[in-house]
Design a protein around this ligand. Structure first.
Ligand SMILES: Nc1nc2c(ncn2[C@@H]2O[C@H](COP(=O)(O)OP(=O)(O)OP(=O)(O)O)[C@@H](O)[C@H]2O)c(=O)[nH]1
Ligand SMILES: [Mg+2]
Length: 276
């Protein structure tokens, strides 16, 4: 199950993942033993945009598309991955309306792994407001600090609690299933070179990070940096590196403990699938 709000990078990750699997496989590769090839037109369209050096469209709010990726790992184990893409407003409305559609419920219950896609740059937190709270009344206050919306920490924790409840998962025992991969998307925007992704996560969204640590067993969670594109593309971009070299040579992940950029975008999913 993929969990990501609007603009978090779901569509471009799907396209880039497919491009890698097809043209530059890493630990995961596509199997060709299928009778009927699955319908991959949705991700092929994304890849076509990237080959022309520009971004794909935003996904319409009510869309739900799913591609079936027949995969094998480096030990030859086969797994069929159902990778969804949908309009990120759907996740937002789970939070706003405290309601989960039946189609989401059944997917949450049956999924063996959850992928949480969080683009830190567009998340709103109010660390300054917290600092203001502990100032004495005679100290000068920053009037500019006004929390106008939910803090992303509270929002993600509340959302995770809703999703866990709907998936009939208690929080008394630490969870081993579903395995949880947190992908910090558009990681190139953060200027976080040299810092471990799990540390970036803990610093940026401390409440979410500790909620996850308290809810999941340590071996069942992993936090990655993900830059599916390596840089921002717009609808009207004509990025030469994408056009000349091909999208399969752009984008990278950083493993939880940090380290060099790794071009194998399938690594976080390989980690997720290792539990099977
Ligand atoms: N800097 C940077 N920008 C990215 C990356 N991946 C995607 N983007 C940009 O982020 C924006 C949103 O990406 P999408 O993949 O469309 O996001 P989405 O989650 O599918 O959004 P919805 O379809 O609206 O739910 C686009 O303008 C992309 O160009 C990345 O790795 N780095
Ligand atoms: Mg999309």
């Amino acid at each position: 199950m993929l969990l990501g709000g609007p603009n978090s990078g779901k569509t471009h990750f799907a396209g880039q993942l497919y491009g890698r699997l097809q043209r530059r496989p890493g630990v995961l590769r596509l199997r060709s033993d299928q009778g009927t090839p699955p319908d991959l037109s949705a991700v092929e369209e994304v890849l076509r945009c990237l080959e022309n050096g520009h971004a794909a469209e935003h996904t319409a709010a009510n869309t739900w598309a799913e591609v079936l990726l027949p995969l094998a790992n480096d030990q030859g184990n086969a797994v069929d991955l159902r990778w969804p893409d949908y309009g990120g407003e759907q996740l937002r409305s789970v939070f706003d309306q405290r309601a989960v559609p039946e189609s989401w419920r059944s997917r949450l219950i049956t999924a063996e792994g959850w992928v949480l896609l969080i683009r830190l740059k567009i998340e709103t937190a109010y660390p300054d407001a917290l600092a203001e709270l502990v100032k004495r009344s005679d100290e000068p206050r920053k009037s500019a600090v006004r929390a106008k919306s939910w803090d992303a920490n509270a929002e993600w924790v509340e959302l995770l609690q809703i999703l866990l409840h709907v998936a009939e998962l208690g929080s008394v025992m630490r969870l081993r299933r579903p395995r949880l991969a947190v992908l910090l998307s558009c990681y190139d925007e953060l200027g976080a070179d040299g810092i471990a992704p799990r540390e970036v996560f803990a610093r940026s969204l401390p409440l979410v990070s500790s909620f996850i640590d308290n809810t999941w067993a340590p071996e069942s969670v992993s936090i990655w940096g993900l830059s599916a594109l390596g840089r921002l593309l717009e609808r009207d971009s004509a990025d030469e590196q994408f056009i000349d070299n091909g999208p399969e040579f752009q984008g990278w992940v950083v493993p939880p403990e940090g380290g060099p950029k790794d071009p194998d975008l399938s690594k976080p999913l390989a980690w997720l699938l290792r539990g099977w």
